[in-house]
Design a binder for this molecule. Structure first.
Ligand SMILES: [Fe+2]
Ligand SMILES: [Fe+2]
Ligand SMILES: [Fe+2]
Length: 430
């Protein structure tokens, strides 16, 4: 890794993704972190190796990443839905292709398996990692903890409930260890603390892994899938925006590192959309004023989620300001003129150009030439940067070809994803 490169910590980054996923409702706030905290305490007491702990933390932070529908998340929290396996498989399929997430993906695949006196070590030809059983237990503890009520009043009931299911539902050894690590009141206070983040930060430090820009690009490709695959209408959006933004930057002779950063920013530009309910994202019609106001918060959330990760400053600027407009009419900061850096201006153009060529529930995507004209019009009104637009016009065929290729590839992956989920539904559930 080049010493001048920004240093991005993998657990910090993954934790920002988990925050994004939990922003969808105040009730779910910190769920992933709570599960990670409990799992970590159990595995640490069992002297798990550094490597196993690292994968367990990643799995804990992302375990419900496949359940991105709000109702689904509530179902998983309140009572266990009859068939919880689809979200576990979705999470697995989203993560498994990247080496760094491979083991976490496998852990997530079976994080709702009961122990069944040991039979839960295997499932239909898969051997189930013990870590999956730890997360299962931690998840049930977290879900049983009501944050609106005094936590210490709940401890006895929760511990009793878990103990009663030792052997049948939970691995008895893990129940034993849980009983011991949850003996202190501080354990429970940590769990519901608004400052759980700082408790976890000291853990991240021990499991830090610094990513190079190239690795960061790979990791954010997975994030882009998590963001985009929630809706078939946006399934290839971030891939398109990233490819267009990177190509524009290359045409403007940006240095190599800058081009990588803007590609990464493209993958992350809609990160805050994870906080928006699919009812709004997938609404088969134009949004009402209120819905549109909710939608606007994605740019705000995206900005502050990336703000938590050291080293992402430039990437955050390029990615999260894609709805700002040069004339100050954008959102959410209403930035204007020269305050908007070139990277943010490129991203704004890449986003519009890509979005209007895509189908939405309420309209068909525009043809290439029509899309280019819409962007040019926005340039005339000083909403988007006219100089960059002129360069895009000059190279439009090439930029468009790159966008198409990136989006075709993403569409192929989305089809694979859907097929696998469909197959799983038939295989595991019926
Ligand atoms: Fe789950
Ligand atoms: Fe969960
Ligand atoms: Fe956006």
């Amino acid at each position: 890794m080049n010493p001048n490169d920004p240093k991005i910590s993998l657990p910090e980054l993954v934790s920002a993704l988990s925050d994004a996923v939990d922003l969808i409702s105040p009730t779910l706030n910190s769920h992933h972190k709570q599960v990670t905290y409990i799992s970590y305490k159990i595995a640490e007491a069992l002297n798990y190796s550094h490597e196993r702990l690292t994968d367990l933390i990643t799995a804990g932070l992302l375990h419900d990443v496949g359940a991105l529908d709000l109702n689904k998340r509530f179902e998983l929290l309140d009572f266990e839905e009859e068939e919880p396996y689809l979200h576990t498989i979705s999470g697995y399929v989203l993560l498994r292709d990247l080496k760094i997430f491979e083991k976490a993906g496998e852990i997530i695949k079976h994080h709702h398996r009961s122990w069944e006196d040991g039979a839960g070590r295997f499932y239909r030809g898969d051997s189930v990692h013990l870590e999956s059983h730890i997360i299962y237990l931690a998840d049930r503890v977290a879900a049983s903890t009501d944050r609106r009520a005094e936590v210490l009043n709940q401890v006895e009931d929760i511990r009793k409930k878990i103990k009663a299911q030792a052997g049948s539902r939970f691995n008895p050894r893990f129940v034993e260890v849980f009983e011991s690590v949850s003996k202190t009141e501080a354990f429970w206070m940590d769990l519901v603390s608004p400052d759980l983040n700082s408790r976890l930060k000291s853990i991240w430090k021990r499991f830090d892994r610094q990513l190079s820009l190239e690795e960061l690009l790979e990791v954010t490709r997975v994030f882009a899938k998590v963001i985009d695959f929630r809706s078939r209408f946006t399934a290839v959006h971030s891939s398109g925006v990233g490819a267009v933004a990177e190509t524009i930057a290359r045409k403007m002779n940006w240095p190599e590192k800058g081009c990588l950063k803007i590609a990464i920013a493209g993958n992350l530009h809609d990160l805050g959309k994870l906080a928006i309910s699919s009812r709004i994202l997938d609404k088969p019609g134009r949004l009402t004023k209120t819905e549109y106001n909710v939608m606007k918060t994605h740019a705000y959330h995206g900005y502050y989620l990336l703000d938590k990760v050291d080293g992402l400053e430039e990437i955050k600027e390029y990615g999260s300001l894609h709805h700002e407009r040069v004339d100050g009419s954008g959102y959410p900061f209403q930035l204007k003129g020269a305050v908007l850096k070139e990277g943010s201006r490129i991203m704004a153009i890449a986003d519009v150009l890509t979005a209007i060529t895509e189908n939405r529930p309420y309209r068909r995507g525009m043809e290439d030439e029509q899309a280019m004209r819409v962007v040019e019009k926005m340039g005339l009104k000083a909403k988007l940067d006219p100089e960059i637009i002129a360069l895009v016009r000059e190279n439009y065929d090439e930029i468009n070809a790159v966008r198409r290729k990136a989006q075709q590839q993403a569409a192929e992956e989305y089809r694979k994803f859907e097929k696998e989920i469909h197959f799983t539904r038939n295989y595991y559930c019926y």
